[in-house]
Design a protein around this ligand. Structure first.
Ligand code: SAM
Ligand code: SF4
Length: 336
């Protein structure tokens, strides 16, 4: 990966600089997480509707020239797409891209860890919502806890920068919050508790989200006593904390309350090549159409700059101004 170039040509009308893209390489997944997609009835994209790896690489080159430095590969589950590793290797070679990370459910990931490290990919977000095997099955509808926890241990042993994403779900995994924080006692890991969002593929969402960021923090403080806030990292979506004497840290992501939008630095590319300037918008630009209609890199760059220029002030505004309101699509079709 190349050195950071300190500029960005992507700026929105509120002066926020965009230097981070999350790219979903597939909408498919081997798990069926309760909060993300239904068990049955998912309509998968045809292969020809997905951006090809060549198209993603071209797009990332364009974004790199516009000043994007950080790429996170997500999905669906990235490791269910064929030939992900050679694609990642090419991605890490792109001029201007200094940081490539992956968000994964960890089922097929462990076998690739050495290969990832060789490419310079050292940062993994692992989704793990429970440390209890039965609850894992209840949440994901699959019996893969052992594979995922083995990946977790391997990530720690191999010194990856590990963030564990744990979606906090009423009546499902509240009993896991304290054991998850306990993981940070002896390991240099960051556990991030995420407010549950309505991107579940159609199910009703709560009228009032009881387990919001405030309640999650209070629950942790009630158990461990006062926790120390860590300095706020610019553009971070999580408020981070440490417990005295613990090696790792934990964070809380107010993904539903949307308290972090003011410093947002990211855009998203969905598996079908829509550019989203906010998780909650319904798509700001059909990049796939441009990639396929003979548009030059320059034309695509200008279209991306224009779309970013119109980025909504925050996720509440984005949700209220979208045409298909309220949101209910699966996170896997967006790229969480
Ligand atoms: N399959 C990979 C995984 O699970 O890590 C990557 C894709 S997944 C959509 C990315 C992240 O979105 C995961 O950490 C998942 O927990 C989170 N996510 C999915 N649906 C969500 C929801 N409704 N609310 C909050 N987070 C959600
Ligand atoms: Fe699959 Fe990730 Fe969605 Fe779970 S959160 S169903 S692992 S895409």
């Amino acid at each position: 990966m190349h050195l950071i170039i300190g500029f960005s040509l992507l700026k929105d009308s509120f002066g926020r600089v965009i230097n981070y893209v999350r790219i979903a390489v597939t909408d498919r997944c081997n798990l069926r997480c309760f909060y993300c997609m239904p068990e049955h009835g998912n309509i998968w994209l045809n292969r020809s509707d997905l951006l090809s790896y060549e198209e993603i690489l071209r797009l990332t080159n364009i974004l790199g020239r516009l000043g994007v430095q950080k790429v996170k590969i997500t999905g669906g589950e990235p490791f269910v797409r064929k030939d992900l590793m050679p694609f990642l290797s090419e991605l890490t070679q792109i001029q201007g891209i200094s940081n490539v990370g992956i968000t994964t459910n960890g089922v097929f990931t462990e076998q690739h860890l050495d290969g990832l490290q060789k490419m310079g990919i050292n940062s993994i977000n692992l989704s793990l919502d429970t440390l209890d095997k039965a609850r894992f099955h209840e949440i994901t509808l699959r019996d893969e806890f052992d594979a995922v926890f083995s990946t977790y241990k391997a990530l720690i042993d191999k010194d990856f920068k590990v963030k564990v994403n744990c979606v906090v779900m009423e009546q499902k995994n509240i009993a896991d919050i304290i054991p998850m924080v306990e993981l940070t006692r002896h390991s240099n890991v960051s556990i991030r508790f995420i407010e549950e969002m309505p991107f579940n593929g159609g199910k009703e969402h709560y009228e009032h989200l009881e387990w919001n960021h405030t309640k999650i923090l209070k629950h942790i403080e009630d158990h461990f006593g006062a926790v120390t806030p860590l300095p706020f990292e610019p553009s971070s979506t999580s408020y981070n904390f440490k417990i005295a004497g613990f090696k790792g840290s934990f964070g809380i992501i107010a993904a539903y309350s949307r308290t972090f939008c003011g410093t947002c630095n990211r855009i998203r590319i969905t598996p079908q090549g829509q550019l989203k300037t906010c998780l909650y918008d319904s798509g700001a630009l059909d990049v796939r159409a441009l990639l396929r209609d003979g548009s030059t890199d320059e034309i695509i760059s200008i279209a991306i700059q224009q779309a970013v220029g119109k980025k909504a002030k925050d996720g509440i505004v984005a949700e209220n101004t979208r045409h298909n309101h309220p949101v209910h699509e699966s996170m896997a079709t967006i790229g969480g």
